[in-house]
Design a protein around this ligand. Structure first.
Ligand code: IFM
Length: 410
């Protein structure tokens, strides 16, 4: 039996574009059509059904919920802010609070307004001030009701998919552009961190808790050769720690502009270096099928111990850690419960070693639009029928609800 602290945050996460539907002023809306991808369309119709979805979260004993605000709804045209959409997100937050569910609010989750992308997106040096103007508008209005803010979701995934691999909009493959984007995202976070704190101070509110949701992975050497081990070690440093170190650079006494560390953990990478070279050290993975390990429906290795390893790696920062995402896409709901159960066991083990984990948010509350992969991957503890939009609570959700109820994992 594994006992978690009384004040632990239990719940699930979503993001606006993946569940709301009809985010027509967003760059993804244009891109999915242009690139011939699955159309997100109505997604899960969560924009209209959020009360119903939060009733479900409540019935599952969730006491926290992470969601994102869609920038392109709030600022559909440059400098023109929508009070109607702001009111919508205020209603969303109040609907959570009415149910005693703590909102964890993300300000940027991969998507950008079309006008912002047309002006060079995050490559443009003015991107930071544009993002801050949006943050200022939103945070000022919602501060009274929100304690936890996530400034940017998975900055490193955004950079790699949109600017290195070129598989997401704006589909560029340029290390130079990727470097600019990284610089701007890091600055955007640092400045937003201080902006949010200043807004709370000015409004005489208790200090907020601000972080990013940082994607982390386990890096495991395939065959314990020296070069595989070295590459795995270096990749863990660059991938798991690099952006965190980047945002703490230039801050007084290296104090990190983070009140907690939000991490999204899913899987591992097996490192197998084919030949010596910088590119190989950075990218080579094992393609042989000799690792017997279960996988999710997208073929990602399921490796719960990796979450434990990463948590211990992050312990040195001496900050609370929130699991802002952890989840599996699968058609086998039994596999989903095993995934949740095993990851929770390893989180508990890390906590026994002194890592202060403050919450666990499963990805995702409901099946959703999985970006360039469309609707086939099923991550939800709640299933969505995309013809009727009927929600079905899966068995895994009920088992997880038992843990959320009293913080005890059997
Ligand atoms: O669906 C995504 C989410 O938008 C960001 N983190 C990973 C999830 C699963 O791929």
């Amino acid at each position: 039996m594994f006992k978690f602290p009384k004040d632990f945050l239990w719940g699930a996460a979503t993001s606006s574009y993946q569940v709301e539907g009809n985010n027509k002023n967003c760059d993804w809306w244009q891109w999915e059509k242009k690139a011939g991808k699955t159309i997100s369309g109505d997604a899960c119709r969560h924009y209209g059904l959020y009360e119903h979805d939060f009733d479900i979260a409540k019935s599952l004993n969730h006491n926290a919920h992470r969601f994102s605000i869609e920038w392109s709804r709030i600022e559909p045209y440059e400098g023109k802010f929508s009070h109607k959409e702001l009111q919508h997100y205020l209603d969303v937050i109040l609907a959570l609070k009415k149910r005693n569910i703590e909102p964890v609010v993300t300000l940027h989750h991969f998507t950008n307004p079309i006008w912002f992308t047309k002006r060079g997106g995050w490559e443009n040096q003015h991107s930071v001030e544009r993002y801050l103007r949006y943050c200022n508008f939103v945070v000022r209005a919602l501060a009274k009701h929100v304690r936890y803010w996530i400034t940017i979701n998975e900055p490193t995934i955004f950079i790699s998919h949109a600017y290195i691999l070129g598989v997401w909009p704006p589909q560029k493959k340029s290390l130079l552009k990727a470097a600019y984007v990284e610089e701007h995202l890091a600055l955007a976070h640092i400045k937003a961190y201080h902006l949010i704190h200043n807004i709370y101070k000015g409004l005489h509110l208790n200090k907020p808790k601000v972080s990013i949701a940082h994607n982390v992975m386990a890096f495991v050497p395939c065959k314990h050769s020296l070069r595989n081990r070295l590459a795995a070690y270096l990749r863990a440093k660059v991938y798991n720690i690099g952006f965190l170190e980047r945002i703490s650079m230039g801050n007084f006494l290296k104090r990190m502009p983070l009140d907690f560390i939000g991490i999204n953990y899913y899987s591992r990478q097996v490192v197998a270096i084919k030949q010596l070279g910088a590119g190989n050290m950075a990218m080579d993975t094992c393609e042989k099928k000799h690792h017997r390990i279960s996988k999710n429906s997208l073929g990602w290795d399921i490796y719960p111990k990796g979450l434990y390893d990463v948590l211990l790696e992050l312990k040195k920062y001496n900050l609370p850690i929130m699991i802002t995402e952890n989840g599996i896409c699968t058609y086998d709901d039994g596999q989903r419960w095993k995934y949740i159960h095993d990851h929770l066991k390893y989180i508990h083990r890390a906590m026994r070693k002194g890592v202060k984990v403050i919450g666990y948010l499963y990805w995702s509350l409901m099946d959703n639009f999985e970006w360039d992969k469309g609707f086939a991957p099923r991550f939800g503890i709640v299933g969505i029928n995309y013809k009727t939009y009927k929600r079905t609570i899966r068995k895994s959700a009920k088992k997880f609800a038992e843990v959320c109820k009293n913080g005890i994992l059997k």
